[in-house]
Design a protein around this ligand. Structure first.
Ligand SMILES: [Zn+2]
Length: 333
């Protein structure tokens, strides 16, 4: 079930209350999306499917056009998530690391809805939750952009669920920044922020890690919740290098969303590499298995076999297994 922004806010609060974090997979292909939903179903876990700008403009989705890319991504996810097969899986569509001159145009569309025409029916597709990449923005710009997104929701009378970030790759963020950044958005537009992503010592990519500080999570989570006067979860970026124990301590300290990209890409691409190494001999004229080997289904089914257990392991580490149906029942009652 694809969650609305209000339902997504409930999910983050549910995660905090029940001490788990939702896995947010940066899924960059249609095959990766269905793999994530399949694991979530098997593990009875909520899942966040998120896209960065590079996916929206990439070959599999928008081919240079981010809005078209988001429409294709959302249409694919909506059809899947709302099908009978995944009705009991809470699915969030989140915009992650959107940056550059079109940031506000893309994210306003994600909040206000992208209109698509399917079989003569006009549909409006919108994101479940929103964040942007603030790494190239000044503090003032970061605040102004987040306020503009709140206004985009307010002027159209739509709900929006937002994650705000600050220096996620720059070591430990000072608590003062939670007041000056998160506090500035909350003060003018209370109620839209659901997640806060400060730097807590992690790094994007596949580096050695080692700098993660769970106490920073705890202090930021407490302060953001005090400022907002409601529970605010911490969104953890750069989780690829973390051990199971570190992930567990992150959740215990108040992380309710864990972004996962680099390691996920590594597992998928290495599996594809093995597939072509093991089956490359069949990719020749006249080989009886040429077609089944060459077709997209061949490599994707092989990748899926290696990928599903890894995603499941992540969900287990983050404590989200067994919370899917329970959450769906809680929002239906
Ligand atoms: Zn990130």
């Amino acid at each position: 079930m694809l969650l609305t922004p209000s339902q997504t806010r409930c999910l983050f609060q549910h995660a905090l209350k029940h001490h788990y974090a939702v896995l947010a997979v940066n899924a960059d292909s249609h095959a990766a999306i269905i793999d994530c939903l399949e694991v979530a179903k098997q593990c009875d876990s909520p899942v966040i499917i998120e896209t960065s700008l590079w996916q929206l403009t990439g070959h599999s989705f928008g081919q240079g056009d981010a809005i078209l890319g988001m429409a294709r991504y959302l249409a694919d996810l909506a059809v899947l998530a709302d099908s009978d097969r995944y009705q009991n899986v809470p699915v969030v569509y989140h915009t992650d690391h959107i940056k550059g001159p079109d940031t506000l145009t893309i994210l306003r569309a994600a909040i206000q809805g992208i209109h698509v025409l399917i079989a003569g029916q006009r549909l409006s597709l919108s994101a479940s939750s929103i964040s942007l990449d603030s790494s190239d923005l000044s503090a003032e710009e970061n605040i102004a952009y987040m306020r503009a997104l709140c206004e985009a929701a307010k002027t159209t009378n739509l709900s929006a669920t937002l994650e705000m970030e600050a220096g996620v790759d720059d070591g430990i963020t000072e608590l003062e920044e939670t007041r000056s950044l998160f506090g500035a958005v909350e003060e003018l537009h209370p109620g839209y922020l659901a997640l806060w992503a400060p730097g807590v010592g992690t790094q994007h990519g596949l580096g050695p890690g080692g700098g993660f500080d769970p106490s920073a999570v705890e202090h930021h989570q407490k302060l953001a919740s005090e400022i907002a006067q409601r529970p605010i979860g911490i969104a953890l970026h750069g989780s690829s290098g973390l051990t199971t124990l570190e992930l567990q301590s992150a959740v215990k300290a108040g992380v309710s969303k864990v972004n996962w990209s680099s390691e996920s890409l590594l597992i998928r691409s290495q599996a594809a590499q093995r597939y072509y190494q093991e089956h490359g001999g069949r990719l020749t004229k006249g080989h009886p298995n040429f077609k089944v080997t060459a077709m997209d289904n061949g490599v994707q089914a092989f990748v899926s076999e290696a990928y599903l257990p890894a995603v499941c392991g992540r969900m287990e580490s983050q404590g989200s297994v067994g919370h899917g149906r329970q959450f769906i029942n809680s929002i239906k009652s």
